[in-house]
Design a protein. Structure first.
Length: 227
């Protein structure tokens, strides 16, 4: 509800806004200046941009958790795309295969490790943690013919093998069978993901970024038909 009340951009922007730049940390993201000293961030190059399909707005560049306001509609689209395509992502498939190996690991939703969290965190650059504890602290040893769940995480914060990303970096989880195959249709959104953190903004794999942009173009075409 908070996001829905905070995100306020006119549904139609003046046609004068025809120039944009790209975000230095993520060249997939286009930056359109707004008249009130804010910036609209979007994955589409269309001018003028569609606020309803934008990622959100920011009062500073690069965006920070304090300056950025997420577009709730974008999050809905993102989760829909992940639910449809995450199981086909090559990187996530590799994780699933590693999970099923004898040295695999798992995160079991509702486990003691999941509830406790934070145990065994490792400190990285600038004193920031690079992920939660090892597999034993996050639901026990896994894989090897048992099946379980693996996370799809934002790539802005690399996580060591066998460790779990911060909740704000986790898009969601998918179920994996004992042979390391992701079960289609099992994606569950985390509900904790944040588009912008102190580590950066929206880091999807090339495969999923392509799927997301394609969906946004489809939604854009629908908007134009209704206009």
């Amino acid at each position: 509800m908070l996001l829905a009340t905070r995100f306020r951009v006119a549904s139609q922007l003046p046609k004068a806004f025809r120039s944009f730049t790209t975000l230095e940390s993520n060249h997939n993201i286009k930056v359109f200046p707004l008249p009130n000293k804010t910036h609209l961030l979007t994955l589409l190059p269309t001018t003028p941009p569609s606020p309803t399909l934008s990622i959100g707005t920011t009062t500073t560049l690069p965006p920070t958790p304090q300056s950025f306001t997420t577009n709730p509609n974008f999050l809905s689209i993102l989760n829909s795309v992940l639910a449809e395509h995450a199981y086909s992502d090559p990187g996530l498939q590799s994780q699933a295969q590693a999970f099923a190996s004898p040295a695999g690991f798992s995160f079991l939703p509702g486990s003691a490790g999941a509830k406790a969290g934070g145990a065994g965190r490792r400190t990285g650059k600038k004193g920031s943690d690079t992920g939660a504890g090892g597999a034993s602290a996050e639901g026990g040893a896994g894989g090897a013919g048992r099946g379980g769940w693996v996370h799809l995480s934002d790539e802005r914060t690399p996580v060591d093998f066998g460790r779990i990303a911060w909740p704000e970096d986790i898009f969601g989880s998918v179920e994996v069978d004992g042979q390391g195959k992701i079960l289609e249709g099992t994606f569950q959104g985390s509900g904790t993901y944040r588009v912008v953190t102190n580590q950066g903004i929206l880091g999807l794999s090339p495969f999923l970024m392509e799927k997301l942009i394609a969906r946004l173009r489809e939604e854009e075409a629908k908007e134009k038909q209704k206009a």
